[in-house]
Design a protein around this ligand. Structure first.
Ligand code: NAD
Length: 369
């Protein structure tokens, strides 16, 4: 029996607990069928935590997250907490856990399942078979750079400013994540910057070039961000792994996600730096929010959460085969025509959150028999 894998589950608010429930179904299946034991603990974050403790995240939860091998998060927030004080709003809990765990690398895959290619805003032939991974720097750049602020100008009016700053270690660690992921995938890495205008991203490009010889098997290219935005909607399949700054990654990953058709299908991972033993903090969460409009009605699509779990198997536990098994089961369920409301189209079978989860587990059963 493999060693226990410590996972902290933070379902959060709205549809968070509903979609997390379907991940529990896979965990139970793996426990019983695949001889992998997960040591699960569950805690609260976000609005529910504000109601109970007047804070969106408890210190004990941060400690539990630090000692876990991986954290699985649903989503936080909702109209009930829209007017709480700024420093205890649900999102503050999310920002704090990312910061305290040092999660500097955000991984956003954009994968188009063939059965859903028509749900994309782009033409089927442009997105069919799409499988790209955007690696976004998450803790530096213009979102955090100092000085920043808004000042009154002596003659009237104001001056607003932010600073785009990156250092060698910051660029090197995110670039290495990009190279290493490219090595495990299609061996192509595209670094995106604005080196023709911004000195800090010219330096970014030079640092990426400097470490490239450590990865001779990866074909490195560079692209300016304006061109990258165009290429992502013109011919997204030219990319394998993209690595970029915090702000460019924020924008480009949302742009790429639309190629896939639905928020309910998009997983993500955020990784910290490896320690001496190679262990790194990691948090896995769907891209979508708490969907208050459908919460508690059994309508939520659990697949983004289940695919986030698959990313956890791959990146925290090196369980490539099991990750692939979950992804193939999701694909099979879609091929069979099962759809939650968000991805429904004519001729398909509308199912609830739990029916979708049960169908994925039934496919796992077939494949692992
Ligand atoms: P949202 O992602 O919650 O919902 C947008 C739309 O997509 C809604 O119509 C919703 O029903 C639908 N949708 C989202 N996920 C779905 C799923 N799994 N299955 C089926 N349909 C799904 O975004 P929003 O409405 O802008 O935000 C709602 C709340 O969620 C807000 O309080 C916001 O702050 C919060 N939020 C949290 C996170 C997070 O925790 N990471 C991210 C985004 C938004």
């Amino acid at each position: 029996m493999a060693a226990n894998k410590k996972v902290l589950m933070l379902p959060g608010d709205g549809i968070g607990p509903e979609v997390m429930g379907e991940v529990r179904r896979i965990v139970d299946w793996m426990d019983s069928r695949r001889h992998v034991t997960f040591d699960l603990t569950e805690d609260i974050i976000g609005g529910g935590c504000i109601d109970a403790y007047n804070t969106p995240l408890k210190d004990e939860t941060i400690e539990a997250a630090k000692s876990a091998d991986a954290v699985l998060l649903g989503a936080v927030g909702g109209p009930k907490w829209d007017n709480v004080a700024f420093d205890i709003r649900p999102e503050a809990g999310l920002l704090r856990i990312r910061k305290d765990l040092g999660l500097f690398a955000n991984l956003r895959p954009a994968i188009v399942f063939d059965a859903l290619a028509d749900a994309s805003s782009l033409k089927r032939e442009i997105v069919s078979g799409l499988d790209i991974l955007i690696v976004r720097e998450l803790t530096g750049g213009i979102y955090f750079g100092e000085p920043r602020g808004v000042e009154d100008l002596p003659g009237g009016g104001k001056k607003g400013y932010n600073t785009l700053v990156y250092t060698t270690p910051e660029v090197e660690r995110i670039a290495r994540v990009g190279f290493e992921l490219a090595q495990k995938r299609g061996k192509k890495l595209c670094s995106i910057d604005k080196a023709n205008v911004l000195e800090s991203t010219k330096m970014w490009r030079e640092e990426v070039d400097r470490i490239a010889p450590d990865y001779p098997d990866v074909e490195l290219s560079h692209m300016l961000v304006d061109n990258a935005a165009m290429q992502l909607v013109r011919a997204p399949k030219q990319f394998d792994v993209i690595v970029t700054t915090n702000m460019f990654g924020d924008i480009l990953s949302d742009c790429a996600s639309m190629a896939t058709g639905s928020l309910g299908m998009l997983p993500s991972a955020s990784l910290g730096a490896p320690d001496a033993s190679g262990r790194r903090h990691a948090l896995y969460e769907p891209v979508h929010g708490t969907a208050p409009d459908i919460a508690g009605q059994g309508k939520a699509n659990p697949l983004a959460m289940m695919l986030s779990f698959a990313m956890m198997l791959r990146y925290s536990f090196d369980m490539e085969e099991d990750a692939g098994l979950v992804e193939t089961a999701v694909e099979a369920v879609l091929d069979a025509g099962l759809r939650t409301g968000d991805i429904m189209s004519s001729g398909k079978k509308l199912v609830s959150t739990t029916q979708m989860g049960e169908a994925v587990v039934a496919e796992l059963d077939k494949r692992a028999a």
